[in-house]
Design a binder for this molecule. Structure first.
Ligand code: UDP
Length: 315
């Protein structure tokens, strides 16, 4: 296949590039580099089946030659990033999705949208099943991301229904691993960075809120299988192992040997921060035969090793 990956220099995008190349496909990565970085793909420079194009996909996308798949992964993805770039976040979810769908249609390519657990907002159904419509405040600070992704799903389904486009929607839950930016503000890099510097971990609110963390290798496997499947309804791709942020902090301190403990920062909790989050992955198990295999300790050990190296080399 010849595939275009928007957001190809980002965290998930760059891992997807690796995966598609290793399966023998040709990959074109596109990124405007506002939150992605060419460091994530520098090891691919000169690869004969890889091409990088710096482009903002909210503008018309031109790609020469045929395409078999378009994977739309461009977007700021951490709350801190999308609060820094609220308009760009809305634009890439809305205009960027439209452009990427238009490209897929003109190339008769399959399209996959990187959607998110954020479409469920602060959920009133737990764990979250794909049939749940969510609880999102459109005008809250997180609305710029949540509503952009909800719009993107609606646009994807419209192209599927009205143009007969072959589409996939992945609802991605909190994913972590190498190539997350140390300064992206999310809980995994924040806590690991703090722990490796011997600082107390900053828990926002009282730390009773929960998340379910999926190691990137598992996530990529789920995404790859989804693209190759024929499932056109949304599929949750995440790890159902749920943990409170307080427990998560203890685990990071234990795994890094950090003795500085934690501090509670009530005011740093962003309005609308979901209290619970856990994917129901019954559909993924059934249609993709997929479930995560890497447990949180193993995943965190690998991630800690990556961040330790980043800190040592000063990157
Ligand atoms: N969080 C925290 N300390 C931090 C960063 C985040 O306690 O230094 C909390 C945040 O309030 C949220 C959870 O960790 O409840 C996950 O936050 P993240 O930014 O990773 O992503 P989210 O799942 O909210 O999109």
């Amino acid at each position: 296949m010849r595939v275009l990956i928007t957001g190809g220099a980002g965290f998930l995008g760059s891992h997807l590039c690796d995966r598609f190349l290793s399966e023998g496909h040709t990959v074109i990565a596109m990124d405007n580099l506002i939150t992605g970085t060419t460091r994530n793909i520098e090891h691919l420079a000169g690869h004969e089946r890889f091409l990088f194009i710096k482009h903002d996909v909210t503008n018309y996308i031109y790609v020469e030659g045929p395409l078999d798949a378009v994977l739309h992964f461009a977007s700021p993805a951490s709350p801190i990033d999308y609060l820094t770039y609220p308009i760009q976040t809305l634009k890439v979810g809305a205009l960027g999705t439209h452009k990427a769908l238009g490209l897929a249609k003109s190339k008769e390519a399959r399209f996959m949208l990187a959607s998110t657990s954020e479409v469920y907002g602060d959920p009133k159904v737990h764990p979250q099943v794909e049939t749940y419509w969510g609880n999102v405040n459109p005008i809250g600070p997180r609305g710029v991301y949540d509503e952009a992704k909800r719009f993107a799903e609606a646009m994807t389904m419209a192209y599927h229904r009205y143009h007969g486009l072959d589409t996939r929607i992945a609802r991605i839950f909190n994913t972590y691993g190498p190539r997350m930016r140390l300064d992206d503000g999310r809980v995994v890099p924040n806590f690991i960075g703090q722990a490796l510097r011997g600082e107390p971990l900053t828990i926002y609110g009282d730390g009773t809120q929960t998340r379910s963390f999926c190691y990137v290798e598992d996530e990529i496997e789920g995404l790859y299988r989804l693209l190759m499947s024929d499932e056109t309804d949304p599929v949750n791709i995440g790890n159902p192992h749920e943990i409170s942020i307080r427990e998560f902090a203890s685990l990071i301190n234990e795994l890094t040997g950090n003795t500085a403990g934690v501090v509670f920062q009530k005011s740093k909790r962003i309005e609308g921060d979901p209290q619970t989050r856990r994917p129901d992955i019954t559909r993924a198990r059934r249609v993709l035969g997929w479930e995560p295999t890497i447990d949180i300790r193993e995943g965190l050990e690998r991630t800690i090793a990556y961040f330790r190296e980043q800190l040592e080399t000063g990157e």
